[in-house]
Design a protein around this ligand. Structure first.
Ligand SMILES: *Cc1c(COP(=O)(O)O)cnc(C)c1O
Length: 464
């Protein structure tokens, strides 16, 4: 299996190469040259397998020769042993049609653990025995930072520098990052906004003073290995609801289009996915793109679902490339247009291709709260606000009621306790596994919102 950039660069990388590289050198995103297919029999054979084994089978064609089947299996076993539910990602039934797939049983209580726990192990495996050291630099508004730090703390040949906007992440989110005490983990509180921190990270990737000394890498969802790991749970859930013999629909609370793109990949691999509902909050660029062909970025409105407060969805480029006939030069031109005007129209091929599988909905605050209340009052399930966006869109969906509809539950409700309590009247309890979070020592440095100060910190602490 070889991978190519969405923007036409001629080089082809294997799985190991795309995992370590993250972004392609031409600014594009990596995709497999062709989609691997699982036959009906292959899918039927997943029935009854546990999550780690399902992951090893679904990931094998993407991994190719980069790992043996045995090596891959030992990594998926190690990654998912740290989840606190024996099913790893349990399914719950809410009513006749609606289901939840709980993806938040990992160490930091959000679905990002499902991919990042494996990604940390993959990085370590691919670097061990080489003389390479990789420095992961990222900016976080909360969930990605904690999941990434947990996944790489203490690992060989890797270090991580994570910037967060001082005072603008919740206490739980900050402590989940700053109480991880390991020599290769560096937390920095930046005096500024998330966008300021993100802009500094982007600048560092293009700064020869940094890239001349350190090999930088990213762990956001532009990394192909992260997306591949997310394909697994679509198979795992659908097989439990009757696939390959019965189709299943999914509703996905969406920000960067990573999680829902993984559902598209599962469909391309042969999973009978009846529909993918793209659920956004009022930051609705994806809803406008899918419903009207208008992909134009506005100004981010802060909501109770901060992980979806996004105006530009990086992974959408992967979908547009695949639907537009995989023409790298055309994709590069389309994205260059978007980057200069912050707006673009989808082509007819892209719109028609998308409408065959995707529907979309933009859910406002009251509708989110209504779905959260409904889950609690009629099914006894406390859900987080991001999940409630997905559930509101799922319940509004007009598809065949005989087809099960699975909403991806992306965060534990206790991560967003105030919003959950406001909508349901009930305060969610932090699970025992993060219990002494508030007694543990915190370690982080505070820096001004000044690029030179942050760059010097990374150069001093981010190396081997
Ligand atoms: C990151 C995140 C999302 C959005 O996922 P994307 O892959 O960016 O679409 C939704 N919910 C929660 C809780 C998240 O942390």
């Amino acid at each position: 299996m070889l991978y190519r950039s969405t923007r036409g660069a001629p080089d082809r990388l294997d799985f190991r190469g795309v995992t370590l590289a993250g972004l392609a050198p031409d600014g594009g995103l990596y995709l497999p040259e062709a989609w691997p297919e699982l036959s009906q029999q292959d899918i039927a054979d997943l029935a009854g397998l546990d999550y780690a084994e399902t992951a090893a089978r679904v990931l094998a064609p993407f991994v190719g020769d980069s790992l043996t089947a045995e090596e891959l299996r030992s990594l998926t076993r190690a990654a998912y042993a740290r989840f606190d539910h024996a099913a790893v990602v349990p399914l719950k039934q809410l009513d006749q049609r609606q289901w939840l797939l709980e993806l938040f049983h990992g160490p930091t209580l959000a679905f990002k653990d499902v991919a990042l726990q494996l990604l940390g192990l993959l990085f370590e495996r691919f670097l061990t025995g080489t003389d390479r050291h990789i420095t992961i630099v990222g900016a976080t508004s909360g969930d990605t930072g904690s999941a990434a730090i947990d996944a790489v703390a203490g690992r060989e040949n890797l270090s991580i520098v994570m910037l967060h906007p001082a005072g603008r992440v919740s206490d739980v989110q900050r402590r989940q990052m700053t109480t991880v005490i390991a020599d290769n983990v560096h937390n920095v509180a930046i005096d500024g906004s998330f966008d300021d921190a993100q802009a500094m990270v982007k600048r560092m990737f293009g700064d020869p003073d940094v890239t001349g000394h350190l090999t930088l890498s990213a762990v956001n969802s532009i990394n192909w290995a992260r997306l591949a790991a997310q394909v697994v749970y679509y198979f795992y859930a659908a097989v439990r609801l009757g696939a390959p013999h019965r189709p299943v629909a999914f509703s996905v609370p969406t920000g960067n289009f990573g999680d829902v793109f993984a559902g598209y990949v599962a469909a391309r691999m042969g999973l009978p996915v009846a529909r993918l509902v793209v659920a956004t909050n009022v930051n609705d660029i994806l809803h406008r793109a899918l419903a009207q062909g208008d992909y134009s970025a506005g100004i981010v409105t802060p909501t109770a679902t901060p992980s979806m407060d996004i105006q530009v969805s990086s992974n959408f480029e992967r979908l547009l490339f695949d639907l537009g006939g995989r023409d790298g030069a055309a994709m590069a031109a389309q994205m260059a247009g978007f980057e200069s005007t912050r707006a673009m129209r989808l082509t007819n091929a892209q719109r028609e291709g998308a409408s065959a599988l995707f529907t979309s909905a933009a859910i406002d605050g009251p509708a989110m709260a209504g779905a959260l209340r409904w889950a609690w009052e009629s099914a006894g399930e406390l859900i987080d606000p991001h999940t409630a966006i997905g559930l509101a869109a799922a319940r509004a969906d007009d598809g065949d009621p005989a087809i099960p509809m699975v909403t991806l539950a992306t965060a534990h409700p206790a991560k967003f306790g105030d919003a959950v309590e406001r909508a349901s009247g009930r305060r969610p309890v932090l699970p025992g596994r993060v219990g002494n979070l508030f007694d543990r020592e915190e370690r982080y440095v505070s820096l001004p919102g000044d690029y030179a100060a942050v760059r010097d910190f990374v150069l001093r602490h981010g190396g081997a």
